[in-house]
Design a protein around this ligand. Sequence first.
Ligand SMILES: *Cc1c(COP(=O)(O)O)cnc(C)c1O
Length: 394
Amino acid sequence: MIPTRPVWAEISRSRLTANWKLLRAAAPVEAELVAVIKADAYGHGAAACAPVLAAAGAEWFGVTCVEEAVALRQVSSDSRILVMSGLWCGEAEAVIEHRLSPQVWEPLHFDLLEEAARTLNSPPQSVRVQLEIDSGMSRQGVRSFVQLKELLARITPDSPIQIEGVMTHFSAPEILQPDETAQQLERFAAALDLIAECGIHPRWIHAGNSTTLLAQHHTPALLQLAKRHNARLMLRPGIALYGYPVPVTPQEASPSHAAQKLTPVLAWKTRIVSVRTIEPGETAGYNMTFKARRPTRLDLIPVGYADGLNRLLSNRGHALVRGQRALIAGRVSMDQTILDVTDISGVEIGDEVVLIGEQGQEKITATDLADLTGTISYEVLCAIGARVPRVMID
Ligand SMILES: *Cc1c(COP(=O)(O)O)cnc(C)c1O
């Protein structure tokens, strides 16, 4: 059924393309970029965003898991797909069949891939992997040199596994002072030396997210590292593609004009479906947290926390109506939210309401909602529910 509930998210092709171009121009020319479209393109819809990015020049995509990768393969037959959270039992066959490039670090990953390569074909097919080094994030990746040596010892001439890339992830790329990233880079460099000593020469070396790319602070060192190993550098921007650069600290260190030109790709919209006026002393919503002090005009929008509108926005957040900001009155419900439009004239059923995006001179960003709810733009965008249809525009 075509969605009929008046709640939707508009995804701007032209903004996504423009953001990609800005990032491409801000990155060193020698570097390749992985367009990170994990978590369904940060809530924007990977199946719709990937072709737009591919048309703009993206050759590599980063997804969360094998399931996301297989879905992406259906719409993108020749892109390179980086699977960023490893793999799990029962997924290695799909890795081979769909020519995926998983990040690996556990002996289990090697077991699964070797086994699948053996059973799928004889002689065994080769499987290209990206070896992850834990340089300080303590989340994924090979932690110690002992573990690294053990894994590398498994890459014998008859092993189906080919290490085509070696990568790491920085834990605080937006903090330029103190420079923890420099220490992570040192650990990464030491791991790369050990890998080279073992006779393994990856084609790609990658580290760094949107902030690393935009701040440009560590890209010279990364480029040098890649050069030393005769490899190509890759950077992995995600959030910036969607128009949300992360501010760096100290702020004056940011040279990034590109960051200021990025524009949010997603606009979250709905319509007014009911209006009423309540009298002074009357209340609105669960637990009577909003009490009218004057005759108060209330509007109903059919969006609630089940759609990803955070309940912490109750009595704090705004939506845009007729180009003005309307306060959320009372508690955000599961499927509905009430707005106070007393100071906005001429509001009618059917009027468009903007939760994230622009209307007239006003604007609400995912960062604004994140600031009110104690989180980051990433989570606000990812939280927009699956029942909110994503509509591609321009
Ligand atoms: C999510 C992620 C990225 C992209 O990060 P952004 O901050 O969104 O640019 C890059 N690399 C890895 C390993 C990630 O998990």
